[in-house]
Design a protein around this ligand. Structure first.
Ligand code: L34
Length: 285
């Protein structure tokens, strides 16, 4: 039997629709929500993602500001801009698209963004709050994954979730969020000895490795849910995930495609976070 294909595009439209309604309320009671995006360097993928973010802002009635720099931008320049945006009362969200050009200390930049405007949820204050289950900005990709599972009524509580990858922006935070939803979470990474056997135990697999088709059908437990976070480009420019979709689709019970899976969810959650920030800054809930 073929797995149900989880349509991230469709779910993201639902979330953006909800964000748009909230954005309209903000506008009525004060001003439009506003997101400032900083793009530095010439990573072609980043350019696409930032363009998609800007388009989503337009769809949701969120004002968007974009600041573009070359790969030769200095840390001081970025820190100066962030300081200006931090103290601009009309700016609700600030994000600096990663990766940054080499030589720039990503942590230093991330930490400079005011936690109240950190719609990426990357600031240590928000990471700490997330880990202790407090209200905060949740990182967009991990939050989008949880949202997808809930939207599809896929049970998380009591299930075995195996996360492959331990990055600060996906692997670690998605593990924390799955744990908060009462999953039994295992995190695999490059030093994991029995990866294949571990993945086989998973009811929910989150693949965030960055290697095309790393997760193959034979690793999956029949009927499991597969969330593919990878976006890899093949030689001919085609997008491909970390999961061998064509074969995994016959082993899994539900699976996300690439493109049209997690990517659009990341952007929808960013819209939700921006509106959340605006609402709290306008003092209504
Ligand atoms: N600061 N840096 C910061 N915040 C983020 O949340 C991100 N991320 C990741 C990379 N760096 C970041 C994103 O925005 C990944 N990411 C992201 C955003 C959007 C899409 C993919 C990744 C996306 O739109 N994906 C489309 C395909 C786009 C394409 O053609 O490449 C999809 O359907 O998956």
């Amino acid at each position: 039997m073929q797995a149900e294909i989880i349509n991230g595009k469709e779910i993201s439209e639902f979330i953006k629709g909800r964000a748009a309604k909230e954005a309209e309320k903000c506008k009525v009671s004060g001003r439009e929500p506003c997101l400032a995006v900083i793009l530095a360097g010439d990573d072609p993928a980043s350019q696409i993602y930032v363009k998609n973010k800007r388009r989503a802002c337009e769809e949701c009635g969120i004002r968007s500001l974009q600041y573009t720099f070359g790969a030769d931008v200095s840390e001081e320049e970025l820190l100066g801009l962030i300081e200006t945006l931090n103290s601009d009362e009309t700016v609700d969200g600030i994000l600096c698209q990663l990766p940054l050009p080499s030589g720039i200390d990503e942590a230093k930049i991330t930490n400079a963004i005011s936690p109240e405007k950190d719609v990426d949820g990357f600031h240590p204050v928000n990471v700490g709050k997330m880990l202790s289950g407090k209200d905060c900005f949740l990182p967009c990709t991990p939050a989008g994954i949880i949202e997808m599972l809930k939207y599809k009524n896929i049970e998380i509580s009591g299930k075995n979730a195996v996360v492959i990858g331990r990055s600060n922006i996906v692997g670690k935070p998605v593990s924390a969020l799955l744990l908060a939803e009462n999953a039994t979470v295992t995190v695999c990474h490059s030093k994991t000895k029995n990866l294949k056997e571990t993945v086989k135990t998973a009811d929910i697999v989150v693949a965030a490795i960055g290697k095309p088709k790393f997760i193959t059908a034979d690793m999956l437990k029949e009927g499991c849910t597969v969330i593919d976070v990878g976006i890899n480009r093949t030689e001919n420019g085609k997008l491909c995930g970390d999961v061998d979709f064509e074969n995994a689709v016959f082993a899994a019970g539900a699976i996300t495609p690439v493109p049209g899976g997690v990517g659009p969810m990341t952007i929808a959650m960013l819209m939700q976070n921006t509106v959340k920030s605006c609402k709290s800054r306008l003092n209504f809930h």
